[in-house]
Ligand binder design. Structure first.
Ligand code: UD1
Length: 420
């Protein structure tokens, strides 16, 4: 088991290159199944979620090859629609293969999904959406069997704008007969990215990024495409918050400014100087940040739930109070007990986390999930003294080479294989 050893209290200086979006990449990898062809994902992040999904695709018969430029996927020879239980239990995005496999083959066997332990994470909205397209859903021993002789376009109103359910329905509808209209869909930028990739392959999808998506089904999609996903907005926000917490001066490259405006709006009036360019953000944090006041997470364009723990970690060293009301996931608070190990004054009341900033000290703590793990890294970077973060496999699901990228900014962070 690998750990990060961090000697905190160092300001960060230099340039930081943000990777391509994890969530876009995972959705595009799933969508490549629909093409019966070759997709090259340019600058595909080298993170364990991508590698696990690659292994799932390989187990179905796809060819998945990484080179220094990105990830090549050939889905022509997929022969199985039986999603492998063990691998799928490691990431939530394995669920996003159900829609494309159903759209292409008319059947899928699904044993369950994994991902961060941040709440109950049911899949009823996915099931309702796929049923509306004509799928029958049968239950076996610990598995669901989706089948449809032919899926048909339909008007579907999601009861909540679930990101994954929007993507699943969109992908299945791409090869369905007729037109599908998805109302109350999620508007996250990664969904527009998925639409752009699918349209490059010949799909006819309109409206992603807004509240209604229209999918005109086509007979087939072609491969032979090269696509570069959008920058990872959650990594951009994580680094901004790390620099605010430690102090320093950093140019963050490869940023889609419009996708993190809810965070930058909140930072702009804080103590640091921040300049937002088209594709980069400059931040100069000379003083201790002020507390952020109250934020409420909500589906895009609201404040991203995936930045909640990192914001609280920065708030834990800020001058004053930071409160986050979590409305998207019902149990995204496991990281809070770990944050307390650094001496943070932080507590949870129902769906609300409150912290009043103070000086933190080094500590040994375990990542409990991906973003909660990043929050511990921020706390350790800002704390005085030595820290050791365990269970970093959670962090490595979504951040490529985090320790190396932070080292380049002058952080004292080492990744070590834990012998104990
Ligand atoms: C995706 C992202 C994740 C992000 C989340 C919200 C990926 C791989 N993951 O996760 O990083 O935090 O969007 O922005 O893209 N829900 C139901 N029934 C369902 C589906 C969802 O009740 O069938 C609930 C969930 O339990 C949760 C809320 O809806 O409370 C949001 O979930 P959803 O938008 O589906 O998140 P994911 O697609 O799993």
């Amino acid at each position: 088991m690998a750990v990060y050893e961090i000697n905190g209290g160092k300001k960060l200086y230099g340039e930081y290159a943000v990777q391509r979006s994890k969530n876009s990449t995972l959705a595009i990898m799933c969508a490549s199944v629909l093409t019966r062809g070759e997709t090259f994902i340019d600058s595909c992040p080298d993170i364990s979620d991508v590698n696990t999904l690659g292994a799932i695709l390989t187990s179905l018969g796809a060819r998945v090859v990484r080179d220094s430029r990105g990830l090549f996927i050939d889905t022509r020879n997929i022969y199985s629609t039986n999603l492998p239980e063990g691998l799928c239990s490691r990431l939530r995005a394995s669920l996003f293969l159900v829609g494309p496999l159903l759209g292409r083959f008319g059947n899928v066997t699904f044993h369950g999904t994994g991902g961060c332990s941040i709440g109950s994470r049911p899949i009823d909205i996915h099931i309702d959406g796929l049923k509306a397209l004509g799928a029958a859903v049968g239950e076996g021993d610990d598995k669901l069997i989706f089948s449809a002789a032919a899926t048909k376009g339909e008007k579907i109103t999601l009861k909540f704008p679930s990101v994954g359910a929007t993507e699943n329905v969109m992908m299945c509808a791409a090869l369905s007969d007729g037109t599908t209209v998805i109302e109350n869909c999620a508007a996250e930028p990664e969904i527009k990215d998925l639409q752009d990739y699918l349209n490059l392959c010949g799909a006819k999808i309109f409206g992603a990024g807004g509240g209604t998506i229209t999918v005109e089904g086509v007979k087939k999609l072609h491969g032979g495409v090269e696509y570069c996903p959008i920058p990872d907005r959650i990594e951009s926000g994580s680094v901004l918050l790390a620099v605010m917490a430690t102090g320093g001066e950093v140019l963050i490259n490869n940023v889609a400014r419009e996708n993190i405006s809810k965070l930058t709006e909140k930072i702009i009036n804080n103590t640091c100087k921040i300049t937002v360019y088209n594709d980069k953000i400059y931040i100069h944090a000379k003083e201790r940040p002020n507390g952020f006041g109250t934020l409420v997470t909500s589906p895009y364009p609201g404040f991203a739930t995936d930045l909640h723990p990192q914001l609280i970690a920065c708030g834990a060293v800020a001058d004053g109070e930071t409160i986050v009301k979590e409305t998207v996931f019902d149990c995204r608070f496991k990281y809070v007990d770990e944050l307390k190990r650094f001496g943070a004054d932080v507590c949870v009341d129902g769906q609300t986390v409150r912290t009043v900033g103070r000086e933190l000290h080094g500590a040994a703590a375990d990542a409990t999930d991906l973003r909660g793990g990043m929050a511990l890294v921020i706390a350790a970077l800002a704390a005085k003294g030595a820290s050791r973060i365990g269970e970093i496999r959670h962090i490595e699901r979504g951040y490529e080479n985090l320790h190396k990228k932070l080292s380049l900014l002058g952080a004292d962070i080492v990744r070590r294989e834990d012998e104990t």
